[in-house]
Design a binder for this molecule. Structure first.
Ligand SMILES: *Cc1c(COP(=O)(O)O)cnc(C)c1O
Length: 402
């Protein structure tokens, strides 16, 4: 048996896919102490810099005094506390929906939602670049899965037409794509769904807090709140806390409470975590300047990288710097880290083969000076990278179609 483990690890290493944990000491901030050394953090989803905000800390302290630590049980047993009910009301107001339901994480939310809404003989229509948690939800549901080319609404339409008329259909997409930083064409998608009688689920893991009126996300930004059945989002990224929510109708919430196994069979989140999330929602609504600062920083870095000759994608705070093969991608990340800039290289299976990239993310709390130093480092690190694919946009573009 031990041989199997060794063999698997060797195989992973030989394919340049070996992953290793790095350790952050101290708080999550624009700079972090990584493996003992201070670096600029260009790898976090803590986009608004709320993870160490005094208001979140204070909310957590008060919740600790009022409620103690763990919840002791799942929501349907004895673990449903006023803190859960209050946050759900707060989230529904934030999202402008009838109701909201908190899940322990985005992963668990996606797995639970999809397996609740579709089953054997149904069809999920899923964007090719959807997050692993959506893919796993599809698998768990046992529905047939029709994968459409990334954001390709013509392809989606043809798959909708091909689906059995009597099957229940669910279209699942992210709003801001986690590894590509682009935005789904939600207006067209919703129209297609309505024409074909399909349900729509939008994952706003990277839209929550950073897009739309008061940070309510891309669905709200596009005015589609009433036409999207399921708006899912996370509390652990821009909101700086932990957990996830589903926003929608009261009936949807009722069904999830009764059917979503990843909601039912797990101990509920501790009130401390919920209090942080509530404080973060308050801040996001009260201080829209955080969203503005994030947009400013994103533009500065994205434009700068483009000027340096990098192939950058997307249009949001997630800036993919396309490389292609795994080895040069990880080499570029290593050189940047050497220079004091933490940028994560993303390889298969997180992204399709041949589309390895650096996933650069900006934060509202980065300074201009920090971003300019990062650009200097990118200029130096990009010199003489191994691998023929590097800086040949056509090669990466072709690879992305695979
Ligand atoms: C991070 C992420 C999730 C999972 O959320 P967690 O709360 O981290 O489990 C789901 N969907 C997308 C698109 C994500 O990026």
């Amino acid at each position: 048996m031990a041989d199997f483990i060794e063999q698997r690890l060797d195989e992973i290493r030989s394919r340049n896919l070996y992953r290793e944990l790095k350790v952050v000491d101290g708080e999550q901030d624009a700079t972090v102490v990584l493996n003992g050394r201070e670096v600029l953090n260009l790898s976090s989803n803590n986009y608004l810099g709320l993870a160490n905000h005094p208001a979140l800390k204070e909310a957590a302290r008060q919740a600790l005094d009022r409620y103690g630590c763990g919840s002791g049980a799942s929501r349907l047993i004895s673990g449903n506390m006023t803190a859960h009910e209050e946050l759900e009301q707060r989230l529904a107001r934030f999202k402008g929906t009838e109701a909201a339901l908190v899940f322990n994480s985005g992963y668990q939310a996606n797995v639970g939602i999809i397996a609740t809404l579709v089953e054997k003989d149904d069809v999920v229509l899923s964007d090719q670049l959807n997050h692993a948690s959506i893919i796993d939800g599809c698998r768990l549901s046992r529905a047939a899965v029709s994968v459409y080319r990334h954001c390709d609404m013509d392809h989606l339409e043809s798959l909708l037409e091909a689906a059995p008329a009597e099957a229940r259909k669910l279209i699942a997409t992210e709003s801001v794509f986690s590894m590509d930083g682009d935005i789904a064409p939600l207006r067209e998608l919703v129209e297609l769904a309505e024409r074909h009688g399909a349900m729509v689920m939008v994952d706003e893991a990277h839209g929550t807090g950073v897009r739309g009126p008061n940070g309510a996300g891309v669905v709200a930004e596009m005015g589609l709140g009433d036409r999207v059945l399921v708006q899912m989002g996370t509390l652990g990224k821009a909101l700086g806390a932990f957990g996830a929510y589903v926003a929608g109708s009261a009936r949807l919430k009722e069904l999830l409470i009764n059917r979503a196994r990843s909601f039912i069979f797990t101990t509920s989140l501790p009130p401390v975590v919920l209090a942080m999330a509530g404080a973060a929602v308050d801040l996001v609504e009260k201080e829209p300047e955080r969203q503005c600062a994030l947009r400013h920083n994103t533009e500065r870095l994205r434009n700068g990288l483009g000027r340096l000759g990098y192939t950058v994608g997307g249009s949001t705070q997630i800036i993919p710097v396309m490389v292609g093969e795994e080895q040069p991608c990880m080499e570029l990340a290593a050189r940047l880290l050497d220079a004091g800039f933490y940028v994560q290289g993303i390889r298969p299976p997180t992204v399709p083969p041949g589309t390895s990239r650096l996933r650069v993310t900006t934060m509202a709390t980065h300074t201009n000076e920090q971003l300019d130093r990062a650009l200097d480092a990118f200029a130096r690190a990009g010199e003489n990278l191994p691998g023929p694919e590097y800086n040949e946009p056509s090669a990466t573009a072709a690879a992305r179609q695979r």
